[in-house]
Design a binder for this molecule. Structure first.
Ligand code: ZN
Ligand code: ZN
Ligand code: FE
Length: 764
């Protein structure tokens, strides 16, 4: 080199974030060698350290590119570059990994990357049509990891020894597969197998398997396919008969089914998508995205009956791509489970539990060590809302604004359960676990908790749980036997989850709208404005209490919610709500109301949506939780709604109350007069939004606070979220919405963790 010392520079660089298991070191190596720089890179104490030296200008470009050109799965935290001494190094080297802190985050499972996809479809590549092609940028991670640090020996890939060719890639610092722990090829890696029990047929050769799959799909059959985080059930999404057959066998009458397509082009034939939607569909997390359904699409009606939206996911594993290309049509791709149970992950488990549902099994021999459902995301006018956070996102940690003095576990709620493990300010929110109603789901909870504790070396010393003693999760919390044990009110947790996600501690005006949660007065809450911070809350506004005949059973019977409101005003014109309802059943419910037997007082926004759906004659019975509310939203579409007053009562407060009787009566009267149901559904939505703003204005006058956090399952309603955010912004409020986590009960454990940590910190 002819350069003189004053044109030379050296930097010592520290990079934090998700930089392990994502091909970061090979990326650094390639970047340095391309720019003609020398030095070294290594993993050290939970960060990546780099020494780089060479021409001043090249060093500057290197530092910039560390962030701007990082691998797709990396999430760069800080990049700190400090001046260092030029050591006259002649090469750039990758230092071997030292054992790292188990809590160092690594990237979650990722969809196949563009480079691997190109190789998969390239006849000249040695991995042409290989269903398990991966690299450091893509493929399975937490679904195959036993413990951290992330090394092949601690994953289910340990049973596949790399062939000489693969090993060479694994050991070459410049290779995309340098230290790719999932590296394999057709000669040395996992294999697929088709098993058709009815025909006693076993097929192993990839193309023969795919050809048989297409024949079975053509015949309207259902396939159980072993995927990344568990089994799917797949059938032809364009065949009404095939979809109905799957529904009948799965005992799933109406709940929408997700559809897998080959690529964004195929998604466009089924749904309307914006550029943002497209980016979300194609992102490495590759969630199911709920999109407006295209009129005249080839999808069978029974894929999502009664709804104007459709859940679409793009093929995210090499096997999915091969299958979708062979099938050349959208496929229903729904969880491989019987209703209410967790998805099957082991081959034997699938044979056992899915035998009555599926006609054939597409298996493979790469064991799934942790169960991860597909994630579900719904775009709104105020940004995407997470409906279910699992594969591709979990267990990427979030930061708590107030760190916990001792490691803790927050066990979450009873339905849509997740748990959160916290060490310091790092909060690992588990993947979606499910409703803790079955032994199988409870086992899934315990397995996932044990796995997450092991993976991140967290031994909790304190436990946080819901106030409701009857929740299975609360029982689990007691049985863990940890002290201190902190109970947290459900809606306080909803608000805290949103606050903490935004790095805030409050106080804030928290709007919690959901189905049900136990309040501190012993009644059922679910339509609340709280003033809250991470240590406490005060209830400012809530929906007027109405008895809920049948309690939890009312969630599946919207007419019961209507009947509860009817008991507050016997003259209210709610006649349409009871059409077709069995007379004996209605009498029994009326008796429950009269005797106040199993008719708890509730202030639930979810049940108010149910009541409205029944009263306008839209739905009196639901096949799944939230069906009435989802159909009410679909019915409203995007048409503007008239405003019917939802007044905040003027009596001394707080708490003040919204009285919905006038709103429901007006809807009922208009419905009986034959008004267009679409107009009524739109009016209901916009009236709720306007009433909420009025409640917040009252809360702002009382507290002087202008920040609003929106939490609770009702905020999965895209129309409500969009209208409410716009109106609140216009009224001078600053709106916090959940983005990393769901507004629904999937975020409760994180809210519990934030509150628990703050309370323990205060006491210590
Ligand atoms: Zn790849
Ligand atoms: Zn190989
Ligand atoms: Fe909730």
């Amino acid at each position: 080199m002819t350069t003189t010392l004053d044109t030379m520079a050296a930097r010592r660089i520290h990079v934090t974030g998700v930089v392990q298991g994502v091909g970061f070191r090979p990326f650094v190596y390639r970047l340095a060698t391309t720019l003609g720089l020398t030095g070294w890179v290594r993993n050290e104490s939970g960060e990546v350290q780099i020494h780089v030296e060479g021409r001043v200008e090249a060093v500057g470009r290197f530092v910039d590119a560390l962030r701007s050109e990082a691998p797709p799965s990396a999430r760069i935290g800080h990049v700190e570059a400090e001046p260092a001494t030029v050591e006259d190094r002649t090469t750039f080297t990758v230092a071997p990994s030292t054992t790292t802190d188990g809590r160092q985050p690594i990237a979650p499972d990722s969809a196949i990357c563009a480079a691997c996809e190109a190789e998969l479809l390239d006849p000249s590549n040695r991995r042409y049509r290989y269903p398990f092609i991966t690299c450091t940028d893509c493929g399975p991670r937490f679904t195959i990891i036993d413990t951290l640090p992330y090394d092949r020996d601690r994953t289910s890939m340990r049973t596949f020894a790399q062939c000489a060719h693969c090993l060479e890639e694994y050991q070459s610092p410049g290779d995309r597969r340098y230290h790719s722990e999932t590296n394999s090829c057709p000669a040395c890696g996992p294999r697929i197998e088709l098993h058709v029990p009815g025909l006693d047929e076993h097929v192993r050769e990839t193309d023969t398997v795919l050809r048989r799959c297409v024949e079975l799909l053509d015949a309207g059959r259902t396939l159980a396919i072993r995927g990344l985080g568990g089994f799917h059930l797949a059938t032809d999404a364009t065949s009404e008969a095939a979809v109905q057959r799957l529904r009948a066998r799965k005992y799933r009458e109406a709940k929408p089914l997700a559809v897998m397509v080959r690529d964004a082009g195929a998604a466009r034939l089924l749904a309307h998508l914006s550029d943002d939607d497209c980016a979300l569909l194609e992102s490495p997390a590759r969630p199911i995205v709920i999109l407006p359904r295209r009129q005249g699409s080839p999808l069978a009606t029974s894929v999502a009956p009664g709804l104007d939206s459709i859940g679409v996911v793009i093929a995210y594993t090499p096997l999915h791509i091969l299958l979708l290309e062979a099938a050349n049509r959208p496929l229903v791709m729904t969880s491989g489970n019987r209703s209410d149970e967790p998805i099957a992950i082991a081959n034997a488990d699938a044979f056992d539990r899915l035998a009555d549902i599926s006609d054939a099994f597409v298996l493979h021999d790469r064991e799934i060590l942790a169960r991860y459902d597909d994630s579900v995301v719904r775009p709104t006018g105020a940004g995407p809302i997470v409906v279910r956070r699992a594969r591709g996102y979990a267990p990427l940690p979030l930061r708590l604004p107030i760190p916990t003095p001792v490691p803790l576990v927050a066990v979450g709620p009873h339905l849509k359960n997740t748990f959160t493990l916290v060490h310091g300010d790092l909060a690992f929110v588990s993947q979606h676990i499910g409703d803790l109603d079955t032994i199988e789901t409870l086992e899934h909870f315990h397995d996932a908790l044990a796995a997450t504790q092991r993976q991140f070396s967290i031994e909790p010393q304190a436990v946080v749980h819901d106030l409701h003693p009857g929740y299975m999760s609360s029982e689990v919390a007691v049985r863990l036997g940890l002290e201190p044990r902190v109970p947290v009110q459900h809606h306080h947790a909803h608000v805290a989850a949103v606050l903490a996600e935004h790095g805030r501690t409050g106080p804030v005006l928290g709007v919690a709208f959901d189905g049900v949660g136990l309040g501190v007065d012993g009644h059922v809450w679910g339509a609340e404005i709280l003033v809250a911070d991470l240590s406490g809350f005060e209830r400012l506004v809530h929906l007027r209490y109405a008895p809920l005949p049948g309690g939890d059973r009312a969630a599946r019977m919207p007419w019961r919610s209507a009947l509860g409101y009817q008991s507050l005003d016997t003259d209210a014109p709610f006649g349409l709500a009871y059409e077709g309802v069995d007379v004996g059943e209605r009498h029994a419910a009326t008796w429950q109301l009269d005797k106040r037997f199993n008719a708890p007082l509730a202030s639930s926004m979810g049940r108010l949506f149910d009541a409205a759906a029944a009263i306008i004659g839209l739905r009196r019975r639901s096949h799944y939780e939230g069906q009435a509310a989802m159909e009410l939203e679909a019915t409203a579409g995007r048409r503007p709604g008239s405003h019917i007053p939802l007044p905040v009562t003027d009596e001394a407060g707080p708490p003040w109350q919204w009285d919905p009787i006038h709103l429901l009566s007006e809807l009922g009267a208009q419905a009986l007069k034959g008004a267009n149901r679409r107009d009524l559904a739109a009016a209901f939505h916009d009236s709720i939004a306007a009433g909420t703003v009025a409640g917040l204005v009252r809360a702002r006058e009382h507290t002087g606070l202008t920040s609003v956090a929106l939490g609770g399952g009702v905020f999965q309603n895209a129309r409500l979220v969009t209208t409410l955010s716009e109106t609140l912004n216009a009224a001078g409020f600053d709106v916090l919405l959940p983005h990393a986590l769901s507004p629904n009960d999937g975020a409760i454990s994180f809210g519990q963790a934030a509150i628990g940590a703050a309370q323990l910190r205060k006491e210590s």
